[in-house]
Design a binder for this molecule. Sequence first.
Ligand code: AMP
Length: 502
Amino acid sequence: MSSDSTTAQEAITFADLGLSPKVLSAVTDAGYTVPTPIQAGAIPHALQGKDVLGIAQTGTGKTAAFVLPMITRLEKGRARARMPRTLILEPTRELAAQVEENFVKYGKNHKLNIALLIGGVSFDEQDKKLERGADVLIATPGRLLDHRERGKLLLTGVDILVIDEADRMLDMGFIPDIERICEMIPFTRQTLFFSATMPPEITKLTEKFLHAPVRIEVARAASTATSITQRLVKSGPKPWDKREVLRDLIKAEDEGLKNAIIFCNRKIEVSELFRSLVKYEFDAGALHGDMDQRARMQMLDNFRSGKLKLLVASDVAARGLDIPDVSHVFNFDVPIHAEDYVHRIGRTGRAGRSGKSFTIATRNDTKYLDAIERLIGQKIEWHDGDLSTVVAREESEDSPRRERAGRGGRDRDRRSREPRGGRRGETAKPADLAEAPQPIAAANDERAMRRDAIRHDNAARKAPDRQEPRRDNRRQRDEDDGRPVLGFGADMPAFMLVAGKV
Ligand code: AMP
């Protein structure tokens, strides 16, 4: 395995890399002049047809590092029906869609047929695109294999294979699928392989399927950007303690908080926290692995465009999303896997901008905190005193005891004084929203959007999408832990919201 310089040479421009004039013109139109280190390192080798092993996180510009040379190489030759010329494997639908956007952006001077094979959408449209002949096929592993099994797809014409986010593929149990797919593609292909970290299973995979790859490592996978101010925030152990800490933090950041991603370890926590934030009238949306494609895309669009300020997400759902300029990251849960900490906080402080991350920690989290600090090679400062200074908080409104008391007892007075829906006045409660019939609402109607989000959240909880099943026994980060929900949680039954006599 040869090795390349890990630092960007300032003098290098895109024009020096050997890309075609049409690709260069699209790069210029995108506003980029200086290649990032992964681009400067990978593009010349990829153009020569060599295998590349890129060790790089999202945010480093790694997508263009494979998209630009691919488009240049695709200028020669054309696609045949059902025989795609190139294949890019992505672990999630969002990442696959983002790669497609990159091909559209950088391929604007080309007539590329691009097919996107992802779960959660119908096979018919995808079949048509394959039938027309795809220059570029972007797929998640499960859906790709489904198409192949239906006899609609031949992989023998693939000249370039890209495996992106390999370590996340490992986490999601996709490695056996990747191995099967690699074995279906001619040995003579070029393989471009990207991973943020190199656990042993991934090293084994590269040894099996890459031929004398050029290794390009752009930053230590464990490094965190210096532009991020990282803080730990003490909390009591219960979810409602943490929710109150989070609310206080968000309020204290005030105007400085432009937008934030709030990470939870499990999708049930994503769901509960999202509902709680909405109940407290925060401008929040949720993103987790069980939401259908349309709901996820819409949620992301709303967040990107600034219609939503807070996005509650799980690691799997948020992995690799290209959301520029997030001012804050909150870890509602300390991640169990230390490297997830690096990925999570890497959502802020991008491209030299300053960002802030707050990690809410309880006494049960100390061993995970130790592992994170070991991995990033630094101590993280406490925001307002360490765990030895935790004091029991007053019960908050979303603690189960307070909710129970509120329903039958001391909250009754307040309810009878206020309009139906409690303090929200005109605005309905989440469960109220969830039960309401679908409105014909404008896309920018905030209430409609939130109602939609809650409906999707409800649907996802009832009928998880099984398009991309896990195929091994690794523990899933994004899964429910089966803990009972105390009281009614935020799932207030409809009968409790029926207007009473005032
Ligand atoms: P990626 O690591 O591929 O997810 O890219 C992260 C972000 O960097 C995306 O918003 C890209 O549009 C942007 N980007 C890609 N290449 C460059 C470049 N050469 N200069 C500045 N930004 C870039």
